[in-house]
Structures are given as structure tokens and as C-alpha cells.
Design a protein around this ligand. Structure first.
Ligand code: ADP
Length: 582
């Protein structure tokens, strides 16, 4: 069997292990055969109501031709009802004589046994004679029919035979209804289990391929099918589809609109959703694959049909109501899961794109900025040698210098952000003294702090506080925390930076007594581009990247970060990092 492009997986199943129904059919067959032989008949058959209320022959015994002709055959419900209504009542049995039955010839098996119809005896068994026993459940609802045919003596049964047949029919009815009920319960448990497995994966797994595979496995286990396929509309190229796939795609969309499954088989009338030609195309496709029937379930969510689940049976055309409704449930669960997985995939692509954009921008900005910085240095040198340069020019130069450093900072943040995707490999990192770095950073921020009368004090441990890290990452971490503390302090405020070497960890604590943070905002502080809505915070320049970078660096190095803060009182950011292994 060929696999259609843009399609997920097929799974052939070993019928001997996964099917319960043949056992049931065998059991029903035995009961019917006993009844037939007790009444002197050679052939017996049982037909049952299956999904969509049609009567299907599930077992035929006593004649190979009859078995070949009838097994899987469907008797439309109105025809079966007519047969039962017109028949003579023989206790629990119904007898429809040849002359009444003959107009229903299309739906009647006529045996080719010798002597059929040739016997002139008034009680001779006629070719279209029908002898049936309706199977009813405890509430009297019709479940199916047991049929007997071809009497050994070639005669319609006399009173004694009828009595024996009637006795057996009643016993057979009880046994069969019990067996059917048992089978139905087993099936419900099995199907519920399959559906549960699909739901569990559907809610937990966002990987589309895995999701589809689990569904196929669960359906194979739970439903007695020979092959299962899942087709997702978005992954199919319509131009590549064969006739069967095209037609089933169309049918799935109609099924989703009407919220139903469709059963396609030679034995059965076309689903109402199909034209005769469309049905013929599907039947040809089935025939080519060697399958007897297909249960098609649309996959969807809301108004959108996203694909179809196809279940094939090689030699059975019947699908139970339980199977049909369990399949429809799976169609809903899988449909929703497919949409979830897709939107997750899209989010990931968007995140990757954003990451790429940040990296490109940062690299593109880096070089011209370095050039601006270089020219600025040169200009300062020239002017220093040039006597009489006006204060206005010097102030402008200092302004350009500050703006350039600020841009440098932003670009450094972006570059750091772009680099973090995976956890650090500690072996590739060198030990660096956080204390020395802290001094440099605080020196670098002195101009900014002094301008607003803010005093920054550094409290270092007596020994080195070594951390295995990329020095530029450590610098971004410290710059962002300390510059935030300064930025969000009140003019004339105080910032304390404590460093402790507490083997096996190193702890950095940045304390300010500034504007503080609203508890409702704490959750979001570390998100990229998040900036507070508080006007006092929003009036400060910023990108919303600083803490996102701090968080990434800390995470990258296998550490943790904690925030304690109260609005109007100030904030404490505590970073705990693993100390160097060296
Ligand atoms: P920004 O560039 O806006 O400073 P950050 O990512 O560094 O971006 O910080 C995110 C937000 O967290 C800031 O907009 C600010 O509201 C708040 N924040 C960070 N540090 C402090 C602090 N020390 N005191 C008060 N608020 C702070």
C-alpha cells in the first residue's frame, strides 16, 4: 500500500491479537447453528444492527456459498422491518412465505441446493421462504435477527419442528443478547482507554509528529482495525494526492461541518454526504487497497477542519455505534491538539526570528558605534591641543560621549542576549574574580552616580570571589544590576553592593533605597523588553533588557536570582552563583 505525501504514518495491525469481534461472531454462529440443527435446518446466519442502524450479516454457517455471499452484507432497516412485519408469527419465530418474500428478492439469499423449488409437495420449502427469529434485548428493542434456511427434509417445518425451533430460539436470544452486552461493555472500556490515551497526549505534547504517532498507536490498540492513517490538511499538497485521498479530504470537510463520521464500504449505501460518483471513487480506492471498509473521522476545532483520521478494515464492514462516537471524540481532541501544536511551533519560529533579528542588529550597530567612539576620542585629543575651545563645544562633546557609552551598553546587552541559547559548558569557562570586576563597573558608573549625588559603596570579601564565566557576561550582569540601582534611586540616595564568597557559592547583593517595585510587577521583571508602568520608573531611560540579560546570565551559569522590594522603600537583588571549580 502506498503512502500519500504529506501524510502521517500507517500502522498495520495483527488481527488475531486485537480483535474481539470474531470471537463474538464465532460464538453467535455456534448458538445459531445449534438452533438450526435442532430444527432440522442446514444453514444458519446472524445479522446485527451496527452503526448507522443497518443490519449486517456477521456470521453465516452451514453453506460455503451462503457464507461467501452473505457475510458482511447489509439489509436496509426498512426492508428488514417489512420482512418481520409481514411474516407469520410462530411463537418467537417469524415465517415469511415465498410468495410474500419474492418481491424483496434483492435482499434475499436464494440457495442453489438441488430440488429447491422443484418439489411439488404443498409443504415443500420454497427458494424465497424466510424463517427468522428476532433478537431483542430486555427492553424489547431489536438487536438483530437469526436466520435458518435449507431444511434437510426439504419441507417447511411441522408443529414438532417449530416447537423445537421456538424453544432454541428463546434460549439463543438470551445467550446472544448477553454476549452482545458483554462485548459492548468490553468495547466501551477499550475505546474509552484509547480515547483517554489520545487526550492525555493531546494535552501534554506539543510535538505534532509524536502526537499523531500516539494517536495512531492508541487507535490501533483500542479499535479493531487493520490500518490507521492520519492526514493533516496543512501538510498535504493537493496536487500530489491520489483519488482516494482527494475524495476523503473532501468528505472529511463535509463530515466536520455536520459533526459526524462517515463509513464507506461496498456493502453499505453511500453516506448522505457523498454523491454516487464520489462514493464510487472511494470504493475503487478501498478495493485497490484490499480493504472492505473505512471509518473516516474528521479532525477539527471550532469551525476549522484540520485533517482526517482514517481507519481501514480488510474484511469487515461493520463499525459499532461506540466506535463511531469514540472516533468523533478523538477527532475533536486531536484537532484541538493539532492547532495547539501549530501555534506553539509558530511561537517558536517567531522567537527564533526575533533572536536572529537581535543578533543581526547588534552586530550591525557595533562597528559604526566603535567608529563613532574612536573619532570622538580623536576629536577630544585635537581640541585639547587647541587653545580657546569654547565650553559649549566641550559640553557637546561630553554629551556625545555619554550618548555613545549608553549606545555601547545597549549593543553589549543585545549581543549578550543573542548569545544565550544553551546552558554553559563549565569546562570552557575561565575563573574570574567578581570583586575586581565589581570595582571596575562601579568606577565606570561613577559619573552617572555623582551627577545625581548618589553614593555607591562596595563591600568585598577578604578573599577572591572566583566564578567560572565569560568575563563579558559577568560584566553585563553586574553593570545592569548596579546601574539599575543607581537609575532607580532618588537623587542623593545610597547604593550598597555586597559580595560574599560563601563556598561553594558566591553571593552578590545589590541594595538600593530607591523607588522600589510593585509586587504585581515582580513576575514580569525578567521578561525581555518589560518596563514598569510606574511613572517614576518609566521616566528613566531604558530598554527593558537589563534584567532579562541578568536572568539569562545567572541561569546560564547555573545560579539563581531573588528580588525583595517594596514600593517607596527600595530593592534588594540577590544573585547566587556557583563558585569556581578551580
Ligand atoms: P530598564 O531598561 O527599564 O531598566 P530592566 O530590565 O533593567 O529594564 O528592568 C525592568 C524594570 O524593572 C524597570 O523598567 C524597572 O521598572 C524595574 N527595576 C529594575 N531594577 C529596579 C530597581 N533597582 N528599583 C526599582 N525598579 C527596578
Amino acid at each position: 500500500m502506498s503512502q500519500t505525501p504529506g501524510t502521517a504514518t500507517t500502522a498495520p495491525v495483527d488481527p488475531s491479537t486485537s480483535r474481539d469481534s470474531p470471537d463474538l461472531a464465532r460464538m453467535l454462529g455456534t448458538i445459531a447453528a445449534e438452533m438450526a440443527s435442532a430444527g432440522g435446518f442446514r444453514v444458519s446466519a446472524v445479522s446485527l444492527f451496527r452503526a448507522s442502524d443497518e443490519l449486517e450479516f456477521v456470521v453465516v454457517d452451514g453453506d460455503d456459498d451462503a457464507a461467501a455471499d452473505l457475510t458482511g452484507d447489509i439489509t436496509p432497516t426498512p426492508v428488514a422491518m417489512t420482512m418481520l412485519e409481514r411474516a407469520e408469527r410462530w411463537g418467537p419465530l417469524r415465517f415469511l412465505p415465498h410468495h410474500e418474500a419474492v418481491e424483496l428478492l434483492d435482499h434475499i439469499w436464494v440457495g442453489s441446493a438441488e430440488g429447491d423449488g422443484a418439489d411439488a409437495h404443498p409443504d415443500a420449502w420454497q427458494p424465497c421462504d424466510l424463517l427468522m427469529a428476532p433478537l431483542t434485548d430486555a427492553e424489547g428493542a431489536l438487536q438483530g435477527i437469526v436466520w435458518v434456511d435449507l431444511p434437510h427434509d426439504g419441507r417447511r417445518p411441522g408443529p414438532e419442528q417449530r416447537r423445537r425451533l421456538a424453544e432454541h430460539a428463546e434460549r439463543a436470544n438470551r445467550a446472544m443478547v448477553q454476549a452482545l452486552e458483554h462485548e459492548r461493555l468490553r468495547e466501551q472500556v477499550r475505546l474509552a482507554d484509547a480515547a483517554r490515551r489520545v487526550v492525555r497526549t493531546a494535552t501534554a505534547d506539543l510535538d505534532l509528529a509524536r502526537l499523531v504517532q500516539t494517536t495512531i498507536d492508541s487507535v490501533c490498540d483500542g479499535f479493531a482495525v487493520d490500518e490507521v492513517r492520519v492526514h493533516l490538511l496543512a501538510e498535504e499538497d493537493v496536487a500530489d494526492l491520489d483519488e482516494l485521498s482527494l475524495q476523503s479530504r473532501l468528505l472529511a470537510e463535509r463530515c466536520w461541518r455536520d459533526q459526524q463520521v462517515a463509513i464507506v464500504s461496498h456493502r453499505r449505501a453511500a453516506p448522505a454526504l457523498l454523491s454516487a460518483e464520489e462514493h464510487a471513487v472511494l470504493l475503487d480506492g478501498l478495493h485497490e487497497q484490499g480493504d472492505a471498509s473505512l471509518l473516516l473521522t474528521p479532525l477539527g476545532a471550532g469551525p476549522e477542519c484540520v485533517g482526517r483520521l482514517l481507519m481501514f478494515r480488510h474484511d469487515r464492514a461493520d463499525w459499532s455505534d461506540e466506535e463511531a462516537s469514540a472516533a468523533l471524540d478523538i477527532g475533536h481532541d486531536l484537532g484541538r491538539a493539532v492547532l495547539n501544536a501549530r501555534s506553539f511551533e509558530r511561537e517558536q519560529q517567531a522567537a527564533a526570528y526575533r533572536q536572529q533579528l537581535i543578533a543581526t542588529m547588534a552586530h550591525e550597530l557595533k562597528n559604526p558605534l566603535a567608529a563613532v567612539g574612536g573619532y570622538l576620542d580623536m576629536l577630544e585629543m585635537f581640541l585639547a591641543e587647541e587653545p580657546g575651545t569654547g565650553t559649549q563645544v566641550q559640553r557637546s562633546l561630553r554629551g556625545i560621549g555619554r550618548a555613545t557609552r549608553r549606545l555601547d551598553d545597549i549593543v553589549a546587552d543585545l549581543l549578550t542576549l543573542a548569545r544565550f541559547d544553551e546552558a554553559a559548558d563549565p569546562a570552557s569557562l575561565e575563573p574570574h574574580d567578581l570583586g575586581a570586576l565589581l570595582h571596575d563597573v562601579v568606577d565606570g558608573l561613577a559619573v552617572q552616580a555623582d551627577a545625581r549625588g548618589i553614593r555607591v559603596q562596595v563591600h568585598l570579601p577578604s578573599q577572591q570571589a572566583l566564578v567560572d564565566a565569560d568575563p563579558s557576561d559577568l560584566e553585563r550582569l553586574v553593570v545592569n544590576l548596579v546601574s539599575n540601582a543607581v537609575k532607580y534611586s532618588h537623587d542623593g540616595g545610597e547604593v550598597d553592593v555586597h559580595l560574599e564568597a560563601a563556598p561553594p557559592t558566591v553571593v552578590l547583593r545589590v541594595v538600593d533605597r530607591g523607588i522600589g517595585i510593585d509586587p504585581a510587577e515582580k513576575q514580569r521583571l525578567f521578561e525581555e523588553f518589560y518596563r514598569s508602568a510606574d511613572p517614576a520608573a518609566a521616566s528613566q531611560p531604558g530598554t527593558g533588557l537589563g534584567l532579562a540579560i541578568v536572568h539569562r546570565v545567572v541561569h546560564h551559569l547555573g545560579g539563581r536570582i531573588d528580588v525583595e522590594s517594596a514600593p517607596g522603600e527600595g530593592s534588594v537583588f540577590t544573585v547566587t552563583l556557583p563558585g569556581s571549580r578551580v
